[in-house]
Design a protein around this ligand. Structure first.
Ligand code: NAI
Length: 711
């Protein structure tokens, strides 16, 4: 696992090579083995210096989050955290030069080992990622990262890396001083050894252990430090609304830790680390963003024992906004694409979308021209259905119209093989109904992409009544092949994501109709951690689209239609006021050309506002906006529309941007506690309407004292 050797020059090499894993990680096995090796090297007088290297294509991916979850209670966590700090510190003060030979990706704890070395040499591996991404899962670097990085490159340069968890290429890392040198991959270890042989005793002392050390750019109490923290705190607040304790704690670590010496700084960091690990936000983010998304990407819920399908050719029908995006991500994944539209010009326009994206990537040096060319050459724009022959999958993304969809389904199925899959990207039409146009409904499935397809990571896979498990499994293989994250749902109006997302928008509009201040509504949405307030979002989706879908639903459901509390306000905006949303420059907001959007000044004339004293509290508005999504998600679970809490959480975060720090719509209930959530929903139902009434599944869980997750 950790290979230890000493060469004839007395240089020890500590090589990380964990068996049975593609990546090295810090865990309960590797940490003690590494600590032993470090101790051996330090205590052996014959050892002159130490190279830390990796026997895998990458260096070290970071700490194993399962290990962290296994640490019981704050005391154990503090003890383990300090043991790690002490071990890293022993390298620094050993008086022997330590060099990190960073052959590939070094993230989190992996990079922290490097920071505790006296020199960091990286291979010229453009794929390597270097950074401290802990904040992305609600944590902070607990192996000295918040202390060594600012002491090395200055507080101002370190803060964004720590607060955003940015990954750097070796080239960028060199530029800002996170690493010292880039050498060719083949010479990495020998170059590291060479440096050790020429190192002076001074070289084996960290800058912060030298007399008269000053933090580059100034300490927290210096004039520049004070400016950095004043502006930094304000910016952080603006960006995160206080929803991410990890980020705030990183600020505190850097501020407090850089006011004292490194040893005390490391202790401060460990205290904040323990505090951060115990926050619900860290638990939520680890559960959903790390494990939830990770498991979905590994296709954890794929039906078993069905051979993996390889995709070499897919057809895309409709080369509009969605079809063009689907063609692009497929071609990028190495799949040939036949892109069909009504006329050649429309099909070519769809292909041109890929061309534009690829051109941009080449201009920004993210891709070389020959690769871009080969991706583009995989897309054939045509009107000829015969070209679909040999496709393993056809995805239709034509107009949202049953007849047109039925027509293209029949045309495609006339050409493709019997076992080929047919998928619809419909956003509103039930899949089982669309499957009636298919002569192989078992192979018919919904693949619901999000716009813009090249950026949005989620695909909602919708099983119709007759969709087979094999079709589901093979469709999941396709989603994996195009490097997107799948969740699996069952057929229902609005499926899962659109249905729940709609409740957020609708609750915001309902509040407006009740007389709640629109600024309060939208600010509360953002303060809750949603990317956009519900009224601004309604404008973006388009009020006339919401109106149209509502009318269609009403028509389809007849007597069974349950009026939404936003219905009248939407009708008024569209029919009376002609304000249809952002597209036309007028909705709840005005969108002056070249200017910033602002709430429509006449809004309060049409939706009279309650007097100041009767306005609800921000907390109450936040609760309504968040709980309505969670209670609807619980209903989706009860109705088996979404089948697992994990998929519900992942889908809510990746699909419509449900506040990530809350861990998703179900994690919200879990964190609140099912019993408390149920009683709060009962209160909200009493105050605002039956839409908040908790479904049976929640009542029964509350009665039995059950939880959605173990931790
Ligand atoms: P769009 O209007 O941009 O593109 C539709 C394309 O289909 C047009 O290029 C049109 O010429 C083509 N088309 C129409 N009839 C055709 C036929 N008979 N044969 C071949 N091509 C035909 O629409 P968009 O936004 O791309 O939506 C397409 C589908 O994706 C719809 O079902 C929509 O509900 C769904 N969807 C849309 C999302 C969005 O954000 N716009 C998100 C998820 C799904």
């Amino acid at each position: 696992m950790i290979n230890y050797s000493v060469d004839a020059d007395g240089i020890a090499t500590i090589e990380w090579d964990m068996p049975g894993r593609s990546m090295n990680v810090l865990n309960n096995d590797s940490i003690p083995a590494f600590a032993d090796a470090i101790e051996k090297a330090i205590s052996d007088e014959a050892v002159k210096g130490v190279v830390i290297s990796s026997g895998k294509p990458d260096f070290i991916a970071g700490a194993d989050l399962e290990m962290l979850q296994g640490w019981n209670g704050a005391e154990e966590m503090f003890a383990n955290g300090m043991a790690l700090q002490t071990m890293f510190r022993s390298m620094e003060v050993s008086k022997k030069p330590f060099v990190a030979a960073i052959n590939g990706t070094a993230l989190g704890g992996g990079l922290e080992i490097c920071l505790a070395c006296h020199r960091r040499m990286a291979a010229d591996n453009p794929k390597a990622k270097i950074g401290l991404p802990e904040v992305k899962v609600g944590l902070l670097p607990g192996g000295g990262g918040t202390q060594r990085l600012p002491r090395m490159i200055g507080i101002q340069a370190a803060l964004p890396l720590l607060l955003e968890g940015t990954h750097l290429s070796p080239e960028k890392a060199l530029k800002i001083g996170v690493i010292d040198e880039i050498v060719s991959s083949d010479d990495l270890v020998s170059a590291a050894k060479k440096w050790i042989l020429s190192a002076t005793p001074e070289d084996a002392v960290q800058p912060w252990d030298k007399k008269g050390f000053r933090i580059p750019g100034g300490a927290p109490m210096s004039p520049s430090g004070m400016m950095t923290f004043t502006a930094g705190n304000a910016m952080l607040r603006e960006k995160t609304n206080g929803n991410y304790p990890a980020a705030l704690n990183i600020m505190s670590c850097v501020y407090e830790g850089c006011c004292v010496n490194i040893d005390n700084g490391l202790k401060i960091e460990t205290r904040y680390f323990v505090k951060t690990c115990g926050t619900p936000e860290a638990k939520n983010m680890i559960r959903s963003l790390f494990f939830g998304i990770g498991n979905a990407n590994k296709l954890a819920s794929r039906p078993k024992d069905i051979p993996t399908q390889k995709f070499t050719k897919v057809g895309v029908l409709g080369a509009g906004m969605m079809g063009a995006g689907i063609a692009y991500v497929s071609a990028k994944a190495g799949i040939d694409v036949v892109l069909i539209d009504q006329d050649l010009a429309a099909a070519e326009k769809g292909k041109a979308y890929s061309e534009a994206l690829l051109d941009k990537a080449v201009k920004r040096k993210k891709m070389d021209a020959s690769k871009a060319e080969s991706i583009l050459s995989r897309i054939t724009a045509t009107t000829d259905y015969d070209q679909l022959a040999g496709a393993e999958l056809v995805i239709e993304a034509v107009f949202e119209n049953r007849e047109i969809k039925a027509d293209v389904t029949a045309k495609a199925e006339a050409v493709i093989a019997k076992e080929a899959l047919f998928a619809s990207n419909t956003s509103t039409l039930p899949i089982s109904g669309l499957a009636e146009a298919s002569d192989r409904p078992a192979n018919f499935i919904g693949l619901h992409f999000f716009s813009p397809v090249d950026k949005m990571p989620l695909v909602e896979i919708i099983c119709g009544k007759e969709t087979s498990q094999e079709t589901l499994a093979r469709s999941m293989d396709y989603v994996k092949a195009i490097r997107k994250t799948p969740i699996v749902v069952n057929d229902s109006r609005g499926f899962y994501t659109s249905r729940v997302f709609g409740t957020y928008v609708s609750e915001g509009i309902a509040m407006l109709a009740e007389g709640v201040s629109p600024a309060l509504i939208d600010n509360a949405g953002k303060m809750a951690g949603m990317p956009v307030g519900p009224l601004a979002l309604a404008d973006e989706v388009a009020l006339d689209l919401i109106y149209k879908i509502r009318n269609q639903t009403k028509e389809d459901l007849g007597d069974k239609y349950i009026a939404a509390p936003s219905d009248d306000a939407v009708t008024k905006m569209v029919e009376e006021l002609g304000r249809v949303g952002k597209r036309e420059g007028k909705g709840f907001y005005d969108y002056p050309e070249g200017g910033k959007k602002h709430l429509w000044k006449e809004l309060s004339e049409h939706f009279p506002q309650l007097p100041e004293a009767e306005q609800p509290s921000v907390d109450e508005v936040i609760k309504r906006l968040i709980f309505i999504q969670s209670v609807e998600t619980a209903r989706c679970l009860e109705e088996n529309v979404v089948t697992t809490p994990e998929d519900a959480d992942v889908g809510s975060i990746l699909g419509w941007g449900f506040a990530p720090s809350r861990g998703g719509a179900i994690s919200q209930i879990h964190t609140t506690g099912v019993e408390t959530f149920v009683s709060e929903c009962d209160r909200l139902a009493q105050a605002y309407g039956a839409r908040f009434t908790p479904p049976k599944i929640l009542r029964s869980m509350a009665e039995k004292g059950e939880a959605f997750y173990a931790a």
